[in-house]
Design a protein around this ligand. Structure first.
Ligand code: PHE
Length: 350
């Protein structure tokens, strides 16, 4: 019964090997050694072929018993080792669940970025390009090309930070009109908005800041009339402040537009009935605008008999203050994250 002895021998060897198993990796090696495709028990099965019926029965029985034992031992040991490893991990990686969690704060867009994006998108949808111009401008573009020669009284409308006699911090985004018209070599149609910072020598208070943002708009084409301006600004007001809004034009004066107007929107708070926000008037001023002065067109190389256009300019902080109910313009610049965070919830226009 040489073959039966072999089984005994393998059993002895297995039990010896098992004593050395102290982790799951070694356990797996042992498993492969005995039960793998090329494992020891496979050799034992091969013996079957050469045995007669009686021997086969006896040998088969012993072999099955051995297989069962090996499987059983490995499974039991595996469970034990897994438990041991888990316990080790738990003692090493103890977590104090009573510690306060890490407070992960997410950023929020600044209300100024939010409103500029919203207004830009609104005009992009109407076919406008968004352009930018330098904040340090020449007197020429900021004033002279805009119909304000040196010593013109209109210069008093905007108290200016001069850097040199010719260089200044732009007081308005309107020089972007000049730059756009001059750069348009074919003297063809133009439809742009220009958001950007502007500077004026003002004493800062709740509604004034020496630095603020404007968005300028300019459209030049053949047969552009005031009706186009009105239609455009009406869409703008309704999209930004709600579909119930109406606008009205009031005559005004800007040197580079003729006629010039100021644009009011009926109060979104009281619907025009009169409240604190609209100072009981029912209307809130939102921007200045007008038809581009023929002289400005001419200076920029456009034939003012053929081309007409409109322009508008708004103070962005003012629009944001109205839309979000911000009482003090200085809140935009004091970098208080609690202030910025509040606007996370505001969705875009309609
Ligand atoms: N630039 C003017 C201002 O700052 C606003 C404006 C722009 C008016 C375009 C008319 C046309 O007051």
């Amino acid at each position: 019964m040489e073959q039966n002895e072999k089984i005994k021998y393998v059993r002895g060897m297995f039990n010896e090997d098992l004593k050395d198993v102290n982790n799951l990796i070694v356990l797996n090696e042992i498993k492969v050694k005995y039960l793998g495709k090329k494992g020891i028990t496979q050799d034992l099965f091969k013996v079957m072929k050469v045995l007669d019926k009686k021997e086969k029965k006896e040998y088969g029985f012993l072999l099955n018993e051995l297989m069962r034992e090996i499987n059983q031992s490995l499974t039991t040991l595996k469970e034990e080792l897994e438990l041991k490893e888990l316990e080790m991990k738990l003692t090493h990686e103890k977590i104090d669940v009573t510690l306060p969690g890490l407070n992960i704060t997410t950023g929020a867009p600044h209300p100024m970025s939010k409103i500029i994006d919203e207004i830009s998108e609104l005009f992009i949808a109407m076919g406008y390009d968004v352009i930018s111009g330098p904040e340090m401008e020449t007197d020429l573009y900021n004033f002279e090309y805009l119909n304000v020669p040196k010593h013109h009284p209109a210069r008093d409308m905007q108290d200016t930070f001069y850097i040199t006699e010719e260089m200044l911090l732009r007081t308005q985004t309107s020089p972007a009109q000049v730059r756009t018209l001059l750069a348009n070599k074919e003297k063809g149609p133009v439809r742009v908005i220009c958001p950007g910072r502007v500077y004026r020598r003002d004493n800062d208070d709740a509604t004034h800041s020496h630095q603020f943002a404007q968005i300028e708009g300019l459209v030049v084409d053949k047969n552009i009339s005031m009706a186009h301006l009105k239609g455009t600004l009406e869409i703008f007001a309704k999209k930004l402040f709600g579909s119930d809004r109406e606008i009205r034009f009031r005559p005004s004066y800007f040197p580079f537009t003729e006629p010039s107007i100021e644009v009011d929107v009926n109060c979104f708070n009281c619907n025009g009935n009169g409240c604190a926000i609209c100072k009981q008037s029912g209307w809130i001023e939102i921007l200045g605008a007008g038809m581009v002065h023929p002289h400005v067109l001419k200076m920029c190389g456009y034939d003012s008999e053929v081309w007409t256009g409109f322009a508008f300019g708004m103070g962005v902080e003012r629009i944001a203050m109205l839309k979000y109910g911000i009482p003090d313009i200085r809140d935009f610049y004091t970098n208080d994250l609690r202030f910025v965070k509040q606007f996370d919830q505001f969705e875009g226009g309609e």
